[in-house]
Design a protein around this ligand. Sequence first.
Ligand SMILES: [Zn+2]
Length: 283
Amino acid sequence: MTKKKSVSAPRPATPVPARPQVPIEPIQLKCLGIGDGWASLDRNHSSFVYRLGTRNLLVDCGEPVSRSLKAAGIPADAVDDLLLSHLHLDHLGGYFMLIQGLWLEPRRKPLNVYMPAEGIEPVKTLLRTGYIFDELLQFPITYQPLKAGVAFTCGNARVTAYRNTHLDRLRAQFQAKYPQPFESFSFLFEVGGRRVAHSADIGAVEDLDVLLRAPVEALVCELAHLEPRRLFEYLRGKPIKRVIFIHLGRAQWSSQATLRDLAFANLGGIPCSFARDGEAFVI
Ligand SMILES: [Zn+2]
């Protein structure tokens, strides 16, 4: 008797436990203004919106930031936190019109403003001088002084401000007569284990050291106050996945082709972009 071959039913596949999906939200950067301190026909003054995890951060308030936000379709309640790197007016000048715009819109969500301590009272005074009283606003503004090397959280993002030397020469020249700290900061953003560095205005390439102690997904770096070749050579070999250049000096802006060639020749293969107003980057 032949043994009946038993045909076993296909065993149901052992269910593989689903790996919890941790969505890696890309970091996004919208450049509202990449210009330098000169008035320009084709560039706004410094302002940038970063999407970091669940949070939208506005970095610097160069003119015409209120208009640029509107043009970018960013509603009045969308910005969660505002960072001011220093008090040069191409980074601060749009703040007052921004607040007037948010008042009239009206914004209803609290706004956190992180800025150099020396500017907080003057900024409040100028808002009051322009009749933007707290009682008129339908949202509270909380001012926080930036503290060098002390991280703070914005939603699930971590922000660390580092002092840089951008205002050192001005301080040396004028502090005796104008006794204020002359603070200027660069920023490191961290979210989901990823890091992005934003130079803002700096005084020397060495100001970047502290931002690049660990690998960054992107360095958003100014050019106006630096010698380009020196910067590109400094960056070569650093743990940077890409560089986005901003804040080109007026002469640099008008000779971009030469600058790009110099960057490609000296960055040692680090991909780089030269941002334009309105340009968005997914990092
Ligand atoms: Zn500056």
